[in-house]
Design a protein. Structure first.
Length: 140
């Protein structure tokens, strides 16, 4: 499954210019580029990087990707082994690629990095479990 066909499908050159690609919908004056609805969550994510383990929080998620916040930036276009832990559920492991990243100031000294991650490899069993969880959550 290619990231180019999923959550962040649009080419960087088209980002933010209002153009829509095939399969997109538009609501409230903004172009929606995701093929699956995202759900707001507050789930723990653990990322395995070559320099160690990074902990963060999933802020929203869809069947194809997620937005995470963590204290350390991850490298753009790098693929990482990740695990998300929904409350009162079992962990979901997958490979995810960072497709965008931004720093958001949280205070004078604290910086949290927001990153978009595309699911590039997930087992069929994990995908079914994730889809079940997503179907039980309200849409954003």
């Amino acid at each position: 499954m290619s990231c180019a066909k999923h959550w962040f499908a649009q080419d960087e050159a088209d980002r933010g210019n209002g153009r829509m690609t095939q399969g997109e919908t538009k609501s409230a004056g903004t172009a929606e580029r995701r093929k699956s609805p995202r759900k707001e969550v507050s789930w723990t994510v653990t990322i395995i990087a070559d320099y160690g383990t990074v902990e963060g929080e999933v802020r929203n998620i869809s069947a194809e990707g997620l937005m995470i916040f963590c204290e350390e930036p991850l490298r753009l276009n790098e693929t990482y082994r990740m695990s998300i832990l929904p409350p009162e559920g079992r962990a979901i492991g997958f490979l995810g690629r960072v497709v965008w990243a931004d720093a958001y100031c949280m205070g004078e000294d604290d910086t949290a990095f927001g990153m978009g991650v595309c699911l590039v490899e997930i087992s069929e069993q994990a995908r079914k479990y994730l889809n079940k969880l997503l179907s039980e959550l309200p849409s954003k």
